[in-house]
Design a protein around this ligand. Sequence first.
Ligand code: DGY
Length: 321
Amino acid sequence: MSPPRIIVTRKLPKPVEDRLRDSFIVALNPDDTPFTSDRLTLALKHADGMLCTVTDLFDEEILSAEGRRRTRIIANFGVGVNNIDLDAAEAQGLTITNTPDVLTDATADLAMALILAATRRMTESEAILRRGEWKQFAPTGFLGTGLQGKTLGIVGMGRIGEATARRAHFGFGMKIAYHSRSPKGPFDFPADGLTSLKRLLAVSDVVSLHLPGGGSNSGLISAEELAAMKPGAYLVNTARGDLVNEAALAHALREGRLAGAGLDVFAEEPHVPEALLTLPNVTLLPHIGSATVETRTAMGMLAVDNLEAFFDGRELPSKVV
Ligand code: DGY
């Protein structure tokens, strides 16, 4: 029997592509041009399995297109699967997998980097230096906020939320409070679980978001929630852009109600609202939470593990539906 046909939507780290070539009849994407929805629809007709990522939008229309039926599994390169309509996938009998765990440390590291960037005014002070406007050291210049003894509020205490909290507590002496859908813990650090999101926002000096995007989480942090945050607090988002109302956030930052923010994700990537781009007190990164060679390779390998297990009839390492 000939090996299954796999279509890969984006360029992947070389060891991952080499392994795909060894195991499957594979169509790679060496120039990394993102697939249009027409190309995704076509791919579903021709491939036994697809390896896609968070930029590939598999909505109900694409998943239930006439004559779609060849693909049986979509292995998503990413832990978040809000790019795929899971109900439609399930209705079509499609298996969906993701890449949890392997990106936890890299993403928590970046959340910590954004917490530091925001509280130490890194983006603002670096921009001044690059413009040649830095005069000299000044005892009261560029004063930020120390983290020791301050409260980090984690919204969504899953794997990445917990890893961020651990770094903040053991590395930076922060107190940890959190709000999660389901009860969590025990942890190897003290953490105050709060059932009310508003209460968490009110007690936190820094709020870090670690929830899936889409569904009822979309717009979770709107003007009302931002107003519930401590005056002068900081917001960090390494999860999904749609969790935050970006216009309301820009307003709170411009008014100085919030002291700063660090964002790695945006609602309409790669679009970044002008209102955020022009603000000095926000660090903006192009969705690089998991972007280390080690992590992106491990993510690709886990996606291939899932494809191989599926076609061998073995249990899948990380099945979503
Ligand atoms: C994910 O995995 O969901 C990230 O957003 C990309 O690493």
